[in-house]
Ligand binder design. Structure first.
Ligand SMILES: [Zn+2]
Length: 310
């Protein structure tokens, strides 16, 4: 299941590939499970839209869209006498008087922004390919691009989600790569839940999953079951740094394997951060040679070193 660093890597890769391209038409399959907005609404929101930016919000991939400038509009702009240099100059004194809020609201009416939100779930993939590429099994959406390529959403297990939003999509929680130490401490301080559960709580931090929670706790020297309320201010500061460090390292590694994930129809090829505890039950701690333990916490496996973590 892709976690924050993978989603960040995928979003960056998609941004590089499809930004400024226009979605000409959309095909949506008959399976309803991945659709979190009605199929008709997804199609009408995506069609004839220019992709302004692709970015990540939590574990969601967000496509910022705006209406394409049609050749008709362009032509009108070129020939419209209202837009000649003279008239523009003549009009400038009055437009200069326009107050900032007015200018902003006018811009908002002029440009109808929209967002396409993709959550990959367990097995979802976004593929940018040539139109001639064979359509993989479990393809649920195909967006035909003006560049002649296609953007396809493939998801065998259908835990992925496709939806559209009118703009300003906010999945809730605080972005772990942007949160200040002060805010981070305030989020966790005094909570009675185990720190691992608090780290996985998407209403607090968004996008931290099981692997990176375990790795962050190891680096901060905290056991997963430790009550958040019992952790000192200083230790929370250490955890704040550990979370960001682990995510940034994983993003840096992900950058080199992006083409596999976005393009290929085969294996998902992320170079993974070398896990120090996650998935290493019974193996020796890389720091102190103690056997790594595994406990189940709220149905999820947690891995830790009983000597390095307190
Ligand atoms: Zn250890």
């Amino acid at each position: 299941m892709p976690e924050l660093p993978e989603v960040e890597t995928i979003a960056r890769g998609l941004d590089k590939r499809v930004v400024a391209d226009t979605i000409e038409s959309v095909w949506i399959g008959s399976r309803k499970q991945p659709l979190k907005s009605p199929a008709g609404l997804i199609a009408s929101t995506l069609e004839s839209k220019r992709i302004v930016r692709v970015h990540r919000a939590g574990k969601h991939i967000v496509f910022d869209l705006e209406p394409q400038i049609t050749s008709k509009t362009k032509k009108k702009k070129e020939t419209d006498p209202d837009l000649s240099v003279e008239t523009r100059l003549a009009a400038s004194p009055s437009s200069a008087k326009m107050t900032a809020p007015q200018a902003k609201s006018q811009h908002q009416t002029d440009v109808q922004t929209a967002q396409w939100i993709v959550h990959l779930g367990m097995t979802g993939r976004m593929v940018v390919c040539e139109t001639s590429a064979e359509i993989a099994k479990h393809t649920h959406l195909i967006a035909k691009l003006a560049s002649g390529r296609e953007l396809r959403f493939i998801d065998p297990r259908m835990f992925g989600k496709l939806s559209v939003h009118s703009g300003g999509f906010d999945p809730g929680g605080v972005e772990p790569l942007e949160v200040s130490e002060e805010r981070f401490v305030a989020l966790f301080r005094g909570r009675k839940t185990p720190i691992k559960s608090a780290l996985l709580n998407q209403k607090l931090l968004r996008g931290v999953g099981n692997i990176y929670a375990d790795e962050s706790l190891f680096r901060a020297g905290l056991r997963p079951r430790r009550r958040a309320a019992s952790i000192t201010r200083e230790q929370l500061g250490k955890l704040h740094r550990a979370v960001r460090e682990v995510l940034r390292e994983a993003i840096a590694l992900g950058g080199s394997s992006i083409s596999d994930y976005v393009d290929a129809d085969g294996e998902e090829g992320f170079f993974q951060l070398q896990h120090r505890v996650y998935g290493r039950e019974g193996q020796l701690c890389l720091v102190c040679n103690t056997s790594i333990r595994r406990v189940v916490l709220a149905g999820r496996s947690s891995h830790y070193c009983s000597k390095c973590q307190k």
